[in-house]
Design a protein around this ligand. Structure first.
Ligand code: BMA
Length: 357
């Protein structure tokens, strides 16, 4: 039997991409960690700023600083960045990070042996508002083929593509259109139909991975959790384009207090990871906790007592805690010197299955 080139490719790789592509190599690397029972720890914006500091002269800065490293002696294995603003050709993202700094930080982190992940909070193309502007349920339809904003939206996608292409051989885990079962972003559950959502994701994939030929993207689908398997799959864009199944889950402290919040978080994450474990084994995908955390970390035992207990025993390739804002003192999700949870974080990083650089 003569095999076609594409059949050979899909037999040879798990992502359907070229065996020697940066994306395939990253996927294989993450798979090897999972097979070894290891989980990578990640932190959003780790090299660009931290609690009460920010890189300014980025062209001349070695990007050596990191809140995580200042506490634990090691950089996180994964660093996340957000592309929000790239669609308008802004020079800085929605949190004020220059895209030049972001590129340098991504390349520097990869050079240190780290993994890069990208999220995207693009503005609302129909209303001109931000990603959280849910005033219209026409937005997704308007950017799809046949919609009034389709051509303009292709330019937005091309700007994201150009940034990712500028990383060269540095692979990224890209997770656009995240937290899409909730309805707080313009691509959320109540703002578009299941088919429209899938079409949005597929349009993004086909523009970047096919038309632009980018071979450094590992695609992640990351709805908010906890949700049922049916809800998770209701907007799943397809096995042919998704590589990693993720979920975003945070701990929120309600009127019942910290203890209740912590145990609710652990059971929500474990329930969701159980769902992901089944889907990912049925669909042959990796899984991750794409965003997580407890704002301000008021629990001095959160890392070992909550996060570690939540992921323990699951084949989670990585978990990423959100950013330590330099300009909002209480908005942090990783430790910094003086944050009050350093010892517990160090114990967490010393666990044999938790990977930092
Ligand atoms: C949110 C907050 C915001 C930020 C946004 C995108 O969770 O951290 O301050 O602008 O993420 O990074």
């Amino acid at each position: 039997m003569i095999m076609t080139a594409s059949a050979l490719i899909s037999c040879a790789t798990r992502t359907g991409k070229r065996t020697d592509s940066p994306a395939e190599q990253l996927y294989e690397r993450l798979s090897a960690h999972v097979e070894a029972g290891e989980k990578l720890y990640g932190h959003q914006d780790d090299l660009s700023y931290g609690h009460a500091w920010v890189v300014t002269d980025w062209e001349n800065d070695p990007l050596a600083r990191s809140d995580v490293k200042e506490v634990s002696g090691r950089y996180p294995a994964i660093v996340g960045f957000d592309l929000g603003g790239i669609e308008l050709a802004d020079s800085c993202n929605l949190d004020g990070v220059p895209f030049g700094l972001m590129r340098k930080a991504a390349v520097t982190h990869a050079g240190r042996g780290g993994v890069v992940t990208l999220s995207w909070h693009p503005r609302n193309p129909l209303t001109g508002g931000d990603a959280w502007d849910v005033s219209s349920d026409e937005v997704v339809r308007s950017v799809l083929e046949g919609g009034s904003l389709h051509e303009e939206f292709l330019v937005w996608l091309d700007r994201a593509a150009e940034f990712i292409a500028s990383l060269g051989d540095v692979p990224v885990i890209f997770r656009p259109w995240h937290e899409n079962i909730g309805s707080w972003f313009w691509w959320g559950g109540k703002l578009c139909s299941e088919d429209e959502y899938k079409a949005l994701f597929r349009l993004t994939w086909s523009r970047l991975s096919q038309d632009k030929g980018l071979d450094n993207i590992v695609w992640c689908y990351s709805p908010n959790g906890p949700i049922s398997a049916d809800d998770y799959l209701s907007r799943y864009p397809g096995d042919d384009i998704v590589d990693i199944l993720g979920t975003d889950i945070y701990e929120y402290v309600g009127p019942a207090g910290l203890e209740e919040a912590g145990s609710r978080y652990v059971s929500q994450v474990r329930d969701m990871l159980e769902v992901l474990k089944t889907i990912s084994s049925e669909h042959g995908k990796l899984m991750c906790l794409s965003e997580t955390g407890l704002e301000g970390i008021p629990d001095s035992g959160w890392w070992c007592g909550r996060l570690y207990s939540a992921v323990d025993g699951f084949p989670v390739s990585y978990m990423l805690t959100w950013r330590n804002a330099h300009d909002k003192p209480g908005h942090f999700y990783a430790p910094w010197k003086g944050s009050g949870n350093e010892e517990d974080f160090i114990r967490f990083t010393e666990k044999k299955d938790i990977v930092l650089l």
